[in-house]
Design a protein around this ligand. Structure first.
Ligand code: UDX
Length: 451
């Protein structure tokens, strides 16, 4: 299918909106990104990208002639054939997705032209499309189309995930609107899943829930590995080679964080509960993840006893490498627990700034500064910089050579050879070195034994 270049409005200049806007502009469309935060719009108009996402700066710069940023709704929707909704849907106190920003956008669309299509990219509960459709109709916008087109972009690889996706999901009430959104993606080589709106909404939630289930599953296997002396990295490798299972999302560690998984799991759990179904497996996935972060503290206590007054280096703060996003970062729970135990916490991250989130901790400029004089180091985010550290030098600088590797990122044998006490997650202890030698028995003992 071919598509003449279209005029697109994108509501929301966060991770999803900016990537969507930049990628659609890269496909040749003319895009206006609208946000409600004036500083953000000003910065973007000047070419300053307020978030850290690899390749995004270059993509925005390369397509600047087809991209505009505005605070003004009228300017954004003027002549727009597609309106992408990319606002966030954080959890409410009840665990449901808070759709207030989505509804604000719907309220702002009153002047949309005949034939325009609203495209929902924000992650929303199943049934939202139906409700938005009804709300559009009630506002006299029955001439406006509605399509669910969930995003599957991961932070750090979002641009590539958008332009080279595993699939494009398009759920529509009206096939022609689905066709139009499919044509808008011309130039992207990927299978297209066409379905109804509710199924498209559920595909997104189910995909995320499945990925989280894999993580919590391998984390529980890791916890059992620790008890029985197996190595979860070997186990995951051996399991993942089964083509029915695959190797992705089998990295054991301190659990998942980020702007999507924690909120989407809660939202799906509540969606099921609100519909009268207790989603037991998902409840367990969430609980395993919560407990997993706290295991780090127990590992430190195993070696150090009480943590009061101990100096602990927390290495990596962002919820994963390649992003500065601190939303639901496991580092926040770990550092807060350590502070609550009375530890002196020194943190480091190459891009994330957690000074306002972790007021009791000292955020250091370099990893070495955090490690100087530390009683223990906890590796929380597997930034490549941590693999490049001279750990021999680190060993000399630390007060106590204890490393708890929450991401199984470092080589246990190398670390132990350098003199570290190394603890990973679900990794075998040093190889069994045989039984201690039987002491030689003297003649008297032999005689006693014989009698
Ligand atoms: C995720 C989904 O991958 C993406 O499709 C969706 O659109 C948004 O949510 P993202 O949150 O950016 O993307 O990060 P992802 O790379 O999926 O990692 C999420 C969390 O899981 C991170 O904290 C990561 O450290 C953790 N993780 C991931 C593991 O603990 N083990 C793994 O094997 C993989």
């Amino acid at each position: 299918m071919t598509q003449d270049k279209a005029r697109v409005a994108v509501f929301g200049a966060g991770y999803v909106g900016l990537v969507t806007g930049a990628c659609l502009a890269d496909l040749g469309h003319t895009v206006t990104v609208r946000d409600v935060v004036a500083d953000k719009v000003t910065a973007l108009s000047r070419g300053n990208v307020p978030i850290y996402e690899p390749e995004l700066d270059a993509l925005l710069a390369r397509n600047y002639e087809r991209l505009q940023f505005t605070l003004d709704v009228g300017e954004a929707i003027e002549g727009a054939e597609f309106v992408f909704v990319c606002v966030d849907t954080p959890p409410t106190y009840a665990g449901d997705a808070d759709l207030s920003r989505v509804w604000t956008v719907v309220d702002e669309l009153l002047r949309l032209a005949q034939g325009a299509i609203v495209v929902m990219k924000s992650t929303v509960p199943v049934g939202t499309g139906e409700k938005v459709r009804a709300a559009l109709d009630a506002r006299g916008l029955d001439h406006v189309g509605y399509v669910s087109n969930p995003e599957f972009t991961a932070e750090g690889t979002a641009v590539r995930d958008f332009l080279e996706p595993d699939r494009i999901v398009i759920g529509a009430f009206d096939g022609q609107h689905g066709d139009a959104v499919e044509r808008l993606h011309a130039g992207i080589d990927a299978p297209v899943v066409r379905c109804d709106v509710a199924s498209a909404e559920m595909i997104k939630l189910a995909a995320n829930a499945f990925l989280m289930t894999r993580i919590s599953f391998i984390n529980e296997i890791a916890n059992v590995c620790e008890l029985v002396g197996a190595d979860v990295t070997k186990v995951a490798h051996g399991v993942g080679l089964d083509h029915r299972l695959g190797s992705y999302f089998l990295r054991a560690g301190i659990g998942y964080g980020g702007s999507c998984f924690p909120k989407d799991s809660l939202s799906l759990k509540q969606l099921a509960a609100n519909s009268g179904y207790h989603f037991q497996l998902l409840s367990a996935v969430i609980e395993v993840n919560e407990l997993q972060r706290r295991r780090v503290v127990a590992k430190l206590e195993k070696h150090l006893g009480k943590l009061r007054g101990r100096r602990i280096a927390v290495l990596g703060l962002a919820f994963k490498p390649g992003t500065d996003d601190m939303r639901e970062a496991p580092s926040l729970v770990i550092a807060s627990r350590l502070l609550a135990e009375g530890a002196n916490v020194r943190t480091w991250d190459p891009v994330a700034d957690a000074r306002t989130l972790l007021t009791g901790a000292d955020q250091c400029e370099t990893a070495l500064e955090a490690l100087d004089g530390a009683d223990a180091a906890v590796l929380v985010t597997e930034w490549p910089e941590l693999g490049e550290l001279d750990w021999g030098d680190v060993r000399r600088r630390m007060a106590n050579p204890l490393v708890v590797d929450g991401r199984n990122f470092l080589d246990p044998a190398e670390m132990r050879a350098l003199g570290f006490v190394y603890e990973g997650i679900g990794r075998a202890a040093p190889p069994f070195a045989g039984l201690p030698e039987t002491p030689e028995r003297d003649a008297e003992t032999e005689a006693e034994a014989a009698s």
